[in-house]
Design a protein around this ligand. Structure first.
Ligand code: 6R9
Length: 658
């Protein structure tokens, strides 16, 4: 029994309130021809390192490694002594194998009709030219290159050109401010920046270059700025600028890809974390490519000859690095690369793209799925999406209701949905169903992938029994793990390896259900302490989203004189639902019935939007400020800071009952 005293130490680490009985078995034909079967779990169990060695053998190595893993906790080296070139593995080897005419990317610009087809042979030419161009600018192995671009083909080409010469790329999402860009350029000490005049965003050209100029004016270490002409808008130029077309177009199409060490750095990607200065997550070469490519063909059952794969993330996020660029290209996949947003020029744009290219595998985020639910079932129903066969989700816990909607309205009730848990830090998928093996439960990430040793522990670092909740940890090193935080080993140790002795602490809460399957419960910083019970935001949000009138919900704990913290909910209604006086009561009763009275929200606020980061994660910290009537904290990573005004305006009408 948990203590009833607010703020007091409790027995239970995290409550397990939600129960879910639906299960979806893999489709028989998919299971029969699946790339990975249940045997993989046993193989990895018997010989974990041997399992990863076989995964690494899917790549082409110039020199084989001599030691699979060197583990000086918490510093790992994988495939020590091995040499390979990532760009060669992603591009050249497919051309050499006679697949040069195969499409690598169907690129779709935001303006309708603006598209390009890029084959593996095209990619080889473009990457080679770009590698030559960077070398002409003086970029050498180990140098850092900052990349700040829209979702155009030159973006993956730039990543691969850096990888080819062994320069370390640092992609900064094209929506970030000049100061965010400057601090990232500074931290990595980048000498070249690659950007564009602008990109298309919601139907209009949106400038990027002025932001770069502002940032670079305070970064004396930057020697050159390479600018792609995308929108053709007027741009001011500086003496560091060179147009991509002037520089790259005249380069030779030949470039020798020299092999790099398996542990040479591949890239830095900054994650903001909850507080303080962004962390430069460092990924290296051999282990990263091994795990991204293995997971990509396992989790999505990719058949490179026939599948058309589309990950809707931005390459500015890790999902784009691992599952638009490195994983799919290493596997010789054909992918869709889309520049724009889901509602431009209309709300059926994604489904139109699925229909146009015959997309078979779709990988998107819960925030997008809940938005589509809100817009209504009739929109996807207008398109032919019978080509789809596997659906994926990433970025946040997917509420069971959103999962079931995705399965039914996008997947036509025939496609398995894989809920993939991982992080910038993990580099690749860690916990996920396998579409040909797992009987998946809506809302559960299910089991660690073969070769991954993840666990849920209590605050004493003991594994929780089935039915218990706690902290998600990883007990053994994995090939694509971050190697450190760029320039700050101590912060790496403190952030990830100090909470629990000898374990990687992910910062997420999780539970193990009665079958031992894993459910993610949100960031532990967001957990609410109500009358001595630790309640996850995810479970209350999922209960709200299971009400037919609710499209999206975010909950936070606000200080309460009686219960320590009380649950305050922010709710977006579905397109068809009317806001009525009784709705708050109806929803509070619904949550109490679904999860028990302890989880009943004190307040329900109906809002038009929720504050989200640019990768679509809900920023509960800002909602806590609203719920506790504080002035707002840092809003710079919000997609749209005006949503906070819309939400604050709702506060006086907040309904508090009982
Ligand atoms: C890939 C990515 C990582 C955080 C992670 C967790 C949340 C991601 C999830 C999920 C529940 C999933 N997260 N996938 N939570 N279920 N399937 O998103 O990386 O941007 O670094 O975020 O996202 O909280 O810790 P990143």
């Amino acid at each position: 029994m948990a203590s009833e005293t607010p703020g007091h130490e409790t027995q239970e680490t995290l409550s397990n309130l939600l129960s879910e009985n639906r299960r979806f078995a893999p489709p028989a034909d998919l299971a029969a021809g699946a790339n990975v079967t249940a045997a993989a779990y046993e193989e990895a169990e018997e010989d974990r390192l041997g399992f990863w060695e076989r995964a690494a053998e899917r790549l082409t190595w110039a020199e084989r490694w001599d030691t699979t893993l060197e583990w000086n906790p918490p510093f790992a080296k994988w495939f020590v002594g091995g040499k390979l070139n990532v760009a060669y593995n992603c591009v050249d080897r497919h051309v050499e194998a006679g697949r040069g005419d195969k499409v690598a990317y169907h690129w779709e610009g935001e303006p309708e009709g603006d598209s390009r087809t890029i084959t593996y042979a095209d990619l080889q030419r473009e990457v080679s030219k770009t590698a030559n161009a960077l070398e002409e600018l003086g970029v050498r192995k180990g140098d850092r290159v900052a990349i700040y671009m829209p979702m155009i083909p030159e973006l993956p080409i730039s990543l691969l050109a850096c990888a080819r010469i062994g320069a370390i790329h640092s992609v900064v999402f094209g929506g970030f401010s000049a100061s965010a860009l400057k601090s990232r350029i500074d931290d990595a000490d980048a000498k070249v920046v690659i950007t564009a005049d602008g990109g298309y965003r919601r139907g209009a050209p949106s400038a990027l270059k002025p932001t770069v100029d502002e940032a670079v004016s305070e970064c004396p270490g930057v020697e050159h700025v390479v600018v792609v002409r995308r929108t053709g808008q007027d741009v001011a130029t500086t003496d560091k600028d060179v147009w991509w077309h002037d520089l790259v177009d005249r380069q030779s199409e030949q470039h020798t890809a020299v092999p790099h060490d398996a542990e040479d750095p591949l890239y830095i990607l900054y994650t903001s974390g909850t507080t303080g200065k962004p962390k430069g997550i460092l990924h290296t070469t051999g282990g990263y490519l091994t795990q991204t490519s293995w997971t990509h063909q396992a989790v999505f059952d990719l058949k490179p000859e026939t599948d058309v794969y589309w990950c809707t993330a931005d390459i500015g996020w890790v999902t784009g690095h691992s599952y638009i660029v490195y994983g799919p290209l290493a596997n010789g996949a054909t992918s869709v690369l889309y520049e724009g947003t889901p509602d431009t020029p209309h709300r059926g744009r994604f489904w139109e793209v699925v229909q146009k290219y015959g997309v078979t595998i779709l990988y998107t985020a819960p925030t997008a799925i809940r938005t589509f639910m809100k817009w209504g079932d009739d929109i996807p129903a207008k398109f032919d999406m019978s080509s789809l066969r596997v659906l994926g989700s990433v970025g946040e816990p997917i509420n069971p209701e959103a999962y079931v909607w995705y399965r039914e309205h996008i997947g036509g009730d025939r496609c398995p949905v894989v809920d993939t848990w991982w992080q910038t830090e993990t580099g690749a998928i860690m916990i996920s169903p396998l579409p040909g093996v797992t009987s998946a439960k809506p809302g559960a990430a299910m089991r660690p992938l073969p070769g991954i040793v993840a666990d849920v522990v209590d605050d004493q670092a003991n594994s929780v029994p089935n039915g218990g909740g706690g902290f998600l940890v990883v007990r053994e090193p994995w090939p694509s793990m971050l190697r450190t935080i760029w320039g700050d080993d101590q912060r790496y140790i403190d952030t990830y390896w100090s909470r629990f002795e000898g374990m990687y602490f992910a910062g997420d809460g999780a539970k193990r259900d009665d079958d031992g399957d894993i459910w993610l419960l949100g960031r532990v910083d967001d957990v609410m302490l109500v009358s001595g019970h630790n309640i996850s935001t995810t479970e209350v949000e999922s209960a709200l989203v299971s009400h037919p009138k609710v499209a999206e919900a975010a909950v936070v704990g606000a200080t309460d004189p009686v219960t320590g913290q009380a649950i305050v909910s922010f709710v977006i209604l579905r397109g068809s639902a009317e806001e009525s006086d009784d709705i708050a009561t109806e929803l509070r009763t619904h949550v109490a019935k679904t999860l028990g009275p302890i989880a009943k929200p004190r307040q329900i606020l109906i809002v038009p939007e929720l504050p989200k980061t640019r990768s679509g994660k809900i920023m509960r910290r800002l909602l806590r400020d609203v719920a506790e009537n504080r002035s707002l904290g840092d809003v710079t990573t919000l997609t749209d800071s005006s949503v906070m005004n819309l939400i604050s305006d709702k506060l006086p009408s907040a309904k508090s009952e009982d």
